[in-house]
Design a protein around this ligand. Structure first.
Ligand SMILES: Nc1ncnc2c1ncn2[C@@H]1O[C@H](COP(=O)(O)OP(=O)(O)O)[C@@H](O)[C@H]1O
Ligand SMILES: [Mg+2]
Length: 412
C-alpha cells in the first residue's frame, strides 16, 4: 500500500475478505473509501501506475441503463484534465461494473475542513478558482456532475481536483433524493427536490454550497435532518459565513432558488479571475481554463495575490472567518487574509517571478560566474579584469536561464 514515491497512501484501508482483488488489468491494493454508489479501491498496473477503481453497486443489467451509462462515461472521458481527475475507462460487461479514473493523492475537502478547520484567504481563492475551472471544463463537454460536494474535491499536491463527475447522472440516480445520504442533500439545488430536469445550474449551486462549507465549516442550509434541509434549500436564504465581499455576492447569486438566475460555471470562473465577463468570447476558452488551472495550482506560497482593480477595504466590523489553513501546498500571508483577490496574474508574469528566485538557477549562475572569474584571472592575472569577467558571466547565465525557464513553462 504505497504511494507514488513508495510512501504509504494516507487513508488507504486494507481490502476486506470478500473484496475483489483485480479489476481488468489492475491489482486492487486497498480501499480508498465507500459512498452511496459503491466502494472505491486503489488499483495498480504492472508498472506500478496507480488509479482509483470505483466498483458500482447499482444494477446495470438493463440494456438501456447500460448504454446510458456508457454514453455518459464516454462524455466524461472527453473532459479536459484541468483541475479534474480524468476518467480513464469503464467496464460494464462483467459481474461488477466499475469506473477507472486518475488517482489523486490527498485528503478530500471534507476531511481537510473537519480535521484542520475552515479555509480562508489565498487558499480559499485557489480552491474556488480550481473547482470552478473543473466545473467549466466539465460543462463544456455537456457533462453534468450532479454530485459536487466536499467529498468529491480532493486536495492534491498541485491544487484541488474535482472527482466523480458524470457518474451520478450515468447511473440515473439524479431523479430521486430518497436513496441519497444527507451529506449529499445539503449540496442539492432546489430543482432537484422538485424533480425537475437536472442541468448545469445544479452544479453551480452545489459549487457555491461547497465553497461556503470550506469557508465556514458547515453547509449553508444545515445538515440536521433531510426535511429541515430540504425546506431551507427550497424556501430560505443561505446562512453564509463571513466571506470577502466579491465572493459573498457571487456565492449568493449561485445559490439562487431559480436555476435561470444562476451564472454559468464559465462566468463564475471569469469573475473569480477578475476578468470582464464580456471578454469571454474574445479570450480563447482554453486560455480561461489554463488561467484557472494555473491560479489554482500555482506554487506561490506566501505570495499575496494582486488586489482587484477597485479593491474595496474590508468592512471594519467583519471578523476574519477563521484561521488560515493550508490546502496541501498553499498557505496564506496575513497581509492577504482579508483582501478579496479576484484578479489572477498572467501565467508569464508569475513564472518570471518564480524563476527569478529559483535557487538552482542562482547557484548555477554563481558557480559559472566563479569559473568565469577564475578563467579571467588565469588569462590576464589582473584582479579587476577577473572580477569583471566573473560578474559578466554571472549576469549572462542568470538572464539566459531566467528567460529560457520562463518561456519553457513549468520547470527550469
Ligand atoms: N479519483 C480518486 N482519487 C483519490 N481518491 C478517491 C478518488 N475517487 C474516490 N476517492 C476516495 O474514495 C472515497 C469514496 O468515494 P465515493 O464512493 O465517490 O463516495 P463519496 O463521493 O460519497 O465520498 C472518496 O471520499 C475519496 O476519499
Ligand atoms: Mg465521490
Amino acid at each position: 500500500m504505497t504511494g507514488l514515491a513508495g510512501a504509504p497512501v494516507p487513508g488507504l484501508a486494507p481490502l476486506w475478505t470478500h473484496d475483489p482483488v483485480t479489476a481488468g488489468p489492475y491489482r486492487l491494493v486497498g480501499r480508498l473509501g465507500a459512498g452511496g454508489q459503491g466502494v472505491v479501491y486503489l488499483g495498480e498496473d504492472d508498472q506500478g501506475h496507480q488509479v482509483a477503481v470505483k466498483m458500482i453497486n447499482i444494477d446495470l443489467s438493463d440494456l438501456r441503463a447500460r448504454s446510458q451509462f456508457m454514453k455518459e462515461i464516454a462524455a466524461a472521458r472527453r473532459v479536459v484534465p484541468f483541475c479534474t481527475a480524468q476518467v480513464l475507462f469503464a467496464e460494464v460487461d462483467g459481474e461488477r461494473p466499475y469506473v477507472v479514473s486518475e488517482f489523486i493523492e490527498g485528503p478530500t475537502l471534507y476531511r481537510h475542513v473537519r480535521e484542520q478547520g475552515p479555509v480562508a484567504g489565498n487558499a480559499l481563492h485557489r480552491l474556488a478558482v480550481g473547482t470552478a475551472t473543473a466545473l467549466a471544463a466539465i460543462h463544456r463537454c455537456d457533462v453534468v456532475h450532479c454530485d459536487l460536494k466536499p467529498d468529491n474535491v480532493v486536495l492534491g499536491r498541485d491544487g484541488p481536483r474535482v472527482i466523480d463527475f458524470g457518474i451520478a447522472r450515468a447511473l440515473g440516480v439524479t431523479e430521486t433524493v430518497t436513496s441519497r445520504v444527507l451529506g449529499t442533500t445539503a449540496y442539492m439545488a432546489p430543482e432537484r427536490f422538485r424533480n425537475e430536469s437536472v442541468g448545469p445550474p445544479c452544479d453551480v449551486f452545489a459549487w457555491a454550497a461547497t465553497i461556503a462549507f470550506a469557508a465556514g465549516g458547515r453547509p449553508p442550509f444545515g445538515t440536521d435532518s433531510l426535511f429541515a434541509v430540504m425546506h431551507r434549500v427550497l424556501n430560505e436564504p443561505p446562512d453564509l459565513p463571513a466571506l470577502p465581499p466579491g465572493l459573498d455576492e457571487l456565492i449568493r447569486q449561485c445559490l439562487a432558488k431559480d436555476p435561470a438566475e444562476r451564472p454559468e460555471a464559465e462566468e463564475v470562473l471569469m469573475r473569480l479571475l477578475g476578468q470582464d465577463v464580456r471578454d469571454a468570447g474574445r479570450l480563447r476558452r482554453e486560455t480561461v481554463l489554463q488561467l484557472g488551472n494555473e491560479t489554482a495550482g500555482a506554487p506561490t506560497p506566501d505570495q499575496p495575490l494582486p488586489l482587484p482593480r477597485t479593491a474595496p477595504d474590508p468592512p471594519p466590523d467583519r471578523p476574519e472567518t477563521a484561521a488560515p489553513t493550508r490546502l496541501g501546498q498553499t498557505s496564506q500571508s496575513p497581509s492577504t487574509a482579508s483582501a478579496p483577490a479576484y484578479q489572477a496574474e498572467a501565467g508569464w508574469g508569475r513564472r518570471l517571478r518564480r524563476e527569478s528566485t529559483d535557487a538552482w538557477g542562482i547557484s548555477t549562475a554563481i558557480f559559472l560566474g566563479s569559473v568565469g572569474a577564475a578563467a579571467g584571472y588565469v588569462a590576464s592575472s589582473a584582479v579587476d579584469g577577473a572580477a569583471a569577467t566573473g560578474a559578466a558571466t554571472f549576469v549572462v547565465v542568470y538572464a539566459v536561464r531566467l528567460l529560457v525557464a520562463t518561456a519553457l513553462g513549468d520547470r527550469s
